[in-house]
Design a protein around this ligand. Structure first.
Ligand SMILES: [Zn+2]
Length: 66
């Protein structure tokens, strides 16, 4: 994996927007827009629940794992 300067790696979709997240397409991490913290898909569910009171549904979880 190679990171190149000045390339926009952040992905934002309606789905991620709904969860308040951005995705980094090369590092395969999620970024919480509100807290500006990097999250792995493993901890994003507990983060959203603990910090933002957002319960991630099974369908949402499945989508995050894609
Ligand atoms: Zn957060």
């Amino acid at each position: 994996m190679e990171l190149v300067p000045r390339v926009d790696y952040l992905i934002q979709t309606d789905f991620l927007d709904h969860l308040g997240l951005w995705a980094h397409c090369q590092l395969l991490i999620l970024i919480c827009c509100k807290g500006k913290v990097a999250l792995t898909s493993m901890i994003v569910v507990s983060h959203l629940k603990a910090k933002h009171d957002h319960k991630v549904t099974k369908q949402e979880k499945a989508k995050l794992d894609e």
